[in-house]
Design a protein around this ligand. Structure first.
Ligand SMILES: [Fe+2]
Length: 255
């Protein structure tokens, strides 16, 4: 087994948000993702003697950015975001950019749909994805600013990433998302089994993050529809990918 070189700390914030701190165990340079609040982040950094290196933001919504200002009052570090209107931004990033902090290397993908400015950060040395509000476990973000077509192509970008990728998303919506899938795809053995696994995980520690992308490609029809049970559903309804996505997203909006 290879020695673990990095750690991702999951920081629950607000009602159901997640912020993250990723750092290499050797140099302790900390990269903070989407801080909604500052206190818990600052506390963790101080307690673990980390060196704040940068803040990465996925999109402009306040529940992903509101902690930035106070973090900057405590530490000075660069703020990477896709949107100059996020006032604390020091570096604007765009699709296909790569940003490196010692041995942490992030490739940026623009994933418009939830918002028009949305980006995700793929740390490709360790196969870790910070998916913000684009991909959730068993679901995807609500499409506020973009079109369904845009959101679907954004999710297709994630679908192309390696199955071993571990995903850290912006909210704890897993149980609700799985309940929704069960309400549409009734008596589906795969979903029933998954619910048992998920409930076990929630009972153990309340948090269902991170999750494996390969497994997600089998179970999450917003991300991929390759599983036989989704294929046959689409065939029956004569849906292509966009029609299936539209059908599910519309239903989920009122679930
Ligand atoms: Fe959002």
């Amino acid at each position: 087994m290879t020695e673990k070189k990095i750690h991702v700390e999951v920081i629950p914030q607000l009602k159901d948000n997640y912020s993250y701190i990723i750092f290499s165990l050797k140099d302790k340079l900390a990269i903070i993702i989407d801080p909604a609040e500052s206190k818990s982040i600052i506390k963790y950094i101080k307690k673990n003697n980390l060196k704040p290196g940068a803040i990465l933001l996925t999109h402009h919504h306040k529940d992903h950015t509101a902690g930035v200002k106070k973090i900057l009052d405590s530490f000075s570090c660069n703020v990477y975001s896709p949107n100059k209107d996020i006032t604390e931004t020091t570096h604007i990033i765009k699709h296909n950019d790569i940003i490196k902090f010692d041995n942490l290397c992030f490739k940026i993908f623009a994933t418009p749909g939830h918002t028009l400015d949305h980006v995700i950060y793929h740390e490709y040395n360790n196969n870790i994805l910070f998916s913000g509000d684009t991909l959730f476990r068993y679901g995807c973000g609500r499409v506020f600013e973009g079109t369904y077509k845009q959101m679907l192509s954004s999710l297709n970008i994630i679908n192309e990433l390696d199955d071993v990728t571990e995903v850290y998303c912006g909210h704890e919506y897993s149980l609700n998302n799985l309940n929704f899938l069960e309400s549409v795809f009734k008596n589906n053995n795969h979903l029933i089994l998954e619910k048992k696994i998920l409930k076990n995980q929630i009972d153990r520690n309340g948090c269902t993050i991170p999750f494996n992308l390969g497994k997600e490609k089998d179970l999450n029809p917003f991300l991929s529809r390759k599983s036989p049970f989704y294929c046959s559903f689409m065939k029956e309804k004569k849906y292509n990918d966009l029609a299936m996505f539209t059908y599910l997203r519309d239903l989920k909006n009122s679930f």
